[in-house]
Write a protein that binds this ligand. Structure first.
Ligand SMILES: C[S@@+](CC[C@H](N)C(=O)[O-])C[C@H]1O[C@@H](n2cnc3c(N)ncnc32)[C@H](O)[C@@H]1O
Length: 205
């Protein structure tokens, strides 16, 4: 999926994926990760998700990554947060207490960018990508994430394959992440004719 596709969606406000409330599967399943307060949590392809704020409120150090500068800017403005801003490691970085947002390409991330990350929260990131990019995305994740990391992953399952969003069934997740992680299907909820599925991934170590 080309960068221009996402830049255009943000500039035209075509962001139907954005939720005005905290994701309910996040709320009911996050405790399964059993993370210590203060742990570092990575939120890839985060848009301007309010889930970032909820994670911060739980006492974690939250690091988001988003391609669109418009999305990052909107996140801080809409939540009345005044970030410090620097350009570093090829990313535009905005930060406030316990929350840092790296604006730039996910696929350019390196392991040192995600040092000490204890967990990942992926909602609507993997399902935003077409099949060949999902492979690259999962490979990149496995390359840059430190050992012992856990992940809460929220996917969609439905008939049809013209996305985004794309349906990502359990067998595909197993082939993408099963080499490194043990996958557990925690919960699902119906969203119209789509099923939103929440997975726990634990590093096999
Ligand atoms: C379907 S949205 C999900 C946003 C967010 N996770 C949420 O729950 O609202 C996918 C997001 O990924 C961003 N994105 C797409 N390609 C990216 C890339 N290569 N690097 C970083 N972000 C990217 C898009 O700009 C978009 O905001």
């Amino acid at each position: 999926m080309e960068h221009d596709f996402w830049h255009q969606r943000w500039s035209e406000g075509r962001i139907g994926f954005h939720q005005s409330e905290i994701n309910s599967l996040l709320l009911s399943n996050w405790q399964s990760l059993d993370l210590a307060e203060g742990s570092r949590v990575f939120v890839p392809l985060c848009g301007k998700s309010k889930d970032l704020l909820w994670l911060r409120e739980q006492g974690y150090q939250v690091v988001g990554n988003e391609l669109s500068d418009a999305a990052s800017d909107a996140f801080f403005k809409e939540n009345n947060l005044l970030p410090e801003r620097v350009s570093a490691f090829g990313y535009e970085i905005r930060s406030v207490d316990k929350l840092l947002l790296m604006t730039g390409d996910f696929f350019a991330l390196r392991p040192d960018h995600l040092e000490g990350m204890a967990a990942v929260y992926d909602r609507a990131a993997l399902i935003a990508l077409p099949p060949e990019m999902r492979q690259q995305y999962a490979q990149k994740m496995c390359k840059v994430l430190p050992e012992g990391v856990k992940m809460l992953l929220i996917t969609l399952e439905f008939e049809g394959d013209s996305g985004p969003p794309f349906s990502v069934p359990g067998q595909e997740l197993e082939s993408l992440y099963g080499g490194r992680f043990k996958l557990t299907r925690l919960q699902e909820s119906m969203e119209g004719d789509r099923t939103e599925v929440c997975w726990l991934l634990v590093d096999k170590g």
